[in-house]
Design a protein around this ligand. Structure first.
Ligand code: ZN
Length: 365
């Protein structure tokens, strides 16, 4: 299959339109019915815009040198043909480090990160700078933040032998499915809200309201997988670097992290009340779906959870938000309804068996 209808964003207008993409010998041409050829890009200029390209689902492409241009390939057969002609299109671009950072990287990752942040401290370096922070430091730092938040914030940490064991088994299964080099820690705290959050290093906290309000285990498992998505992409660390570049990176450079962990823990709740960007949430959703599918766990629970959340939001604002998914898709934040609609349903088990689910449901008793 050499051509297909794809969605195209030209980087100037917000709306995607349907165009025909045709694979030529060494180029990809894009046609509009009315205007003829819109563009012709060398195959090696195409790259995935996702750090994590899911095996199925749309392939989202960017074009080197043309910021904002996106092609969204949904046709599976065309996707396969395109990827065999242009293997790089399935991979994210190598993010170029600013030249100063590149020179510094020989000084050692943590030193370079700290040095750059201390002297430059520009928020838009948060992504590249975060990549220089060693995972070992992030894990150590996150553990302290998580402990301090969970013990100082005045909410109880829920524990039981069977409940902790069930959470550990789930986390192991999801980590194996994601190919993670570490196993995130999942903790339950006694708070009535229907929510969850993750701090750096993959320390995930579930609020007990999430468990109480879930009608079946796959909903909780779906939310945990979503938090795995944030952990894998280090969204929480990036946000902290953006907000606290100097102190976070000074901690990374000096190897100590207690002081900054304490400062951040004091700001506690804001860590999970703050919303991530639209891109970060969508990225975490896509990764969640992929982790669940690879693990053989149904994605129906994640979808149902977004559905319930969308209903609650609709009830709160009194609006019946049925007609907006297309327009919301490109707005600043994803609407919960759009996220609900974007979760494909794959069959699988519930992620927890009856006794594990029972143990988690009673972990705060
Ligand atoms: Zn999220």
């Amino acid at each position: 299959m050499r051509s297909a209808t794809v969605r195209y964003l030209d980087g100037k207008s917000a709306a995607a339109r349907a165009v025909t993409a045709e694979l030529e010998l060494s180029r990809l041409a894009v046609y509009d019915d009315g205007d003829g050829v819109l563009s012709r890009w060398p195959l090696d200029s195409l790259h995935s815009v996702d750090r994590w390209t899911v095996a199925r689902g749309p392939l989202r492409l960017g074009v080197r040198g043309e910021p904002g241009v996106r092609l969204i390939v949904e046709d599976h057969a065309f996707r396969q043909t395109l990827l065999s002609a242009a293997p790089n299109a399935g991979r994210p671009p190598k993010r170029p480090l600013p030249p100063a950072l590149k020179r510094l990287s020989i000084m050692g990752a943590a030193m370079a990160a700290a040095f750059t942040a201390l002297f430059v401290a520009a928020p838009w370096y948060a992504g590249p700078v975060t990549e220089l922070i060693p995972l070992s430091w992030e894990r150590q730092f996150g553990e302290q933040v998580s402990d301090l938040i969970n013990t100082n914030a005045g909410w109880g940490v829920c524990e039981s032998e069977a409940g902790n064991a069930a959470l550990d088994r789930l986390s192991n299964r999801l980590a194996a499915s994601a190919g993670l080099s570490y196993v995130p820690t999942v903790t339950v705290v006694s708070l009535p809200q229907n929510n969850a959050f993750v701090v750096p290093g993959g320390y995930i906290t579930l609020l007990s309201g999430l468990i109480e309000q879930s009608t079946s285990p796959d909903e909780v498992v779906g939310v945990v997988a979503h938090e795995f998505g944030h952990a894998i992409e280090r969204h929480s660390l990036k946000r902290l670097v953006r907000a606290n570049a100097r102190s976070v990176l000074l901690g990374a450079m000096l190897g100590g992290s207690t002081l900054i962990a304490r400062q951040i823990a004091e700001a506690g709740a804001s860590l999970w009340e703050l919303q991530y960007s639209r891109e970060a949430e969508e990225e975490a959703d896509r990764i969640a779906v992929d982790i669940l599918r690879r693990a053989g766990i149904t994605t129906a629970g994640l979808k149902r959870w977004f559905g319930r959340l969308a209903e609650e939001e609709g009830a709160e604002t009194g609006t019946d938000d049925q007609s907006t998914p297309a327009t919301n898709y490109f707005s600043t934040h994803p609407s919960t309804l759009a996220r609900f609609q974007d979760v494909p349903v794959y069959a699988g088990d519930q992620g927890l068996d009856d006794s594990e689910w029972q143990a988690i449901r009673t972990i705060c008793d």
